[in-house]
Design a protein around this ligand. Structure first.
Ligand code: A2G
Length: 346
């Protein structure tokens, strides 16, 4: 597929890039250039053309804002094919697109300090702010009901019922735990209708923010593939989920998996420093709910995939999805255990 992007195959050096669970991402370097090539997972993204169109629109909007000096981060932009398209569909060999590579960039898996958390949260807040005047009807829903806890709980129930991979016995404790958190759904049903729909990133993991490795300043927000209309509480929640634990998402050292209060407070400071004027009062109140919903929901999704036989997330070892689920439920429980202290951070 390299020639479609104007690259001579015998001149290219290709290496795997990042730690994504869904798409395959490659860094391609050749004597006169470099770019990031991605094979889109079309099992997950059923309308990949819509995905590349969305990402293109978002990056255009951000580039325009950057020119007006209202957006201070770098923007990853699509690199067109030789045919002038946003992607190339090679059938059995995959749906491919290329994006610019930002030299000197670095991604991290675990947040090291409050300062780092605050900086990253500020960058995600800045991103949301820059998109606050983007016309939401321009974006297509690439994964309908993506952050929809009732739907995700229902998928878990179905997976339990079908027990396709015959794994239920090995994870019953976690299934019972997840299903016992039903009261969160009532809270959600009460607050969701009061929240405005905004353009959200929808995957604000710490590794979707690039740092400049020369001074570790914030450089860019990446992975624009799940940008859709939604509620900002989930973007806040995904930062809590991925910044606050001192362990990676798949760590089995559950005794260390807990929410670091000082990091939580730093996320609140950073995010609100950019968005305090934009968020409604109900949105501000929803942030605490967003944190709990995201931690529980991602745990539910990992557990569901474990029961279904690892058909959604890439796995690299036996029981990987179950390890991830146990980790996320432990983090969720840590949020509940520290409710009073964490709510005082807002
Ligand atoms: O893994 C992926 O990035 C998921 N993206 C995201 O939703 C979340 O589950 C995350 C967990 O690390 C998609 O499902 C598109």
């Amino acid at each position: 597929m390299l020639p479609h992007f104007g690259i001579e195959a015998d001149e290219a050096k290709i290496s795997a890039l990042g730690n994504g669970h869904i798409n395959d991402t490659l860094l391609v370097r050749w004597p006169t250039g470099e770019l990031v090539l991605q094979r889109i997972n079309t099992q997950v993204f059923k309308t990949p053309q819509a995905l590349v169109r969305n990402a293109d629109k978002i990056s255009h909007h951000l580039c325009a804002k950057a020119l007006q000096q209202q957006y201070g981060l770098q923007v990853v932009s699509p690199c067109l094919t030789q045919e002038g398209e946003l992607a190339i569909d090679l059938g059995e060999q995959g749906f491919w697109r290329a994006i610019s590579y930002l030299p000197h960039s670095l991604s991290i898996e675990v947040v090291k300090s409050e300062a780092q958390a605050e900086m990253a949260a500020k960058a995600f807040g800045h991103f949301a702010c820059a998109l606050s005047d983007f016309d939401a009807t321009e974006l297509e829903d690439v994964i309908p009901q993506f952050h929809h806890l009732p739907g995700r709980m229902e998928m878990l129930r179905q997976a339990v019922q079908q027990d396709k991979a015959k794994r239920l016995e090995s994870c019953r404790q976690w299934v019972d735990y997840a299903l016992s958190q039903q009261s969160l759904l009532d809270e959600l049903a009460e607050i969701s209708p009061q929240l405005p729909l905004r353009i959200c990133h929808n995957d604000t993991k710490i590794n979707n923010m690039l740092f400049d490795k020369r001074d570790m300043s914030s450089m860019a927000i990446i992975d624009l593939d799940t940008c859709m209309k939604g509620h900002l509480m989930y973007d806040f929640g995904d930062m809590v989920r991925t910044f606050c634990s001192p362990e990676e998402e798949d760590s089995t050292a559950l005794e260390n998996v807990k929410v670091r209060q000082s990091i939580f407070a730093a996320i609140c400071r950073g995010y609100l420093s950019e968005l305090a004027e934009v968020l409604t009062e109900v949105e501000k109140r929803s942030l605490w709910l967003g944190a709990r919903v995201i931690c529980l929901m991602i745990g539910v999704r990992f557990l569901t995939d474990y029961l279904n036989g690892d058909v959604y997330f890439h796995v690299h070892r036996e029981g990987h999805n179950l390890d991830r689920a146990a980790n996320q439920f432990t983090l969720y429980q840590s949020l509940l255990d520290q409710e009073a202290e964490l709510k005082a951070c807002f």
